[in-house]
Design a protein around this ligand. Sequence first.
Ligand SMILES: *Cc1c(COP(=O)(O)O)cnc(C)c1O
Length: 361
Amino acid sequence: MSTERIFNFSAGPSVLPLTVLEQAAAEMTNYRGSGMSVMEMSHRSKVYLNIFEEVKSDFRRIMKIPDTHEILFLHGGATLQFSGVPLNLIGKTGKADYAVTGNFSGLAAKEAKKYGEINIACDTEDKNHTYIPPQSALKLDPQASYFHYCSNNTIYGTEWKYVPETGDVPLVCDMSSNIMSIPVDVSKYGLIYAGVQKNMAPAGAAVVILDKSLAGHEHPLTPKLMSYKINIDGDSMHNTPPCYTIYMLGLVLKWLDTQGGIEGMEKIKAAKAKMLYDMLDESKMFVGCAEKEARSDMNVTFKTDNEELDNKFIKAATAAGFENLKGHRVLGGMRASIYNAMPTEGVEALALFMRDFERNN
Ligand SMILES: *Cc1c(COP(=O)(O)O)cnc(C)c1O
């Protein structure tokens, strides 16, 4: 095995900043003089509570989260929230709106159907999820308890470029794959959730940011660990939280500060995505899968006109140190996930490699 790090384009779990990994390694066996690893500490110990409080306050500062909203670090990834959201929120009217623009929003809608009447506000399957509908195409139910959408479609490589207008109906958003890549006005949302393993940390937790006034109305059969109220009251420590993942998230937040915070990240990620999309627009071999206006700056999906050539490309790219470029099985082709921690050099090198491959094939 090589000792060199490769460029890892994995869709998740995904690349982490090298300096974060190095710091975690340096602190692995003895965290700042505590004589223990963070992995070995009681979550109720003073030293861990200090870590936890700092992560939470850094998170609030970096995402500019108003006092009306609570931050929770929960188990079960984004998928558990597909169930947690309806269990906690649908009781208001028994109905909810779901925008289906890809795989995960479809799964979320399917799960929610167990708990209430679900109105599909849009479904982009008619064009294989290659686009995001405009506001005017959303079929909204004013009686909905909430409106759910997914801001970035990890598999299809599309991203919402606007925040849906839903009047008094609270917005709920799965931001798993683009959180912290663009500034978000949190006050517009009733609830935001994200699995951490795309853009924030190693796998093992989901972050939930919610308007506190929405908590406390859960279905009586809601498992207690899924009740937002119980998790707020316990400050995410009703039971043992994903301690180490939260610590790693904290290191990533400190790294984000060195990149100019979310505003800095937005510029960096836009420049990275542009490199690949410019390449695709010029190419006669590769084409992007998503419609131009809907292209994701996090997951760049593309293909050639034949599967054999796709496979040849993936093989050659892997041999050259570009890993995990194979597209998701539902879409085929290629996908380069260029989350916050993917260095600009990695994207630059990939664009160059693609140009070379096209010239030689
Ligand atoms: C990866 C992903 C999920 C699933 O996350 P888990 O943490 O594995 O449950 C859900 N939504 C989006 C947008 C994702 O990218």
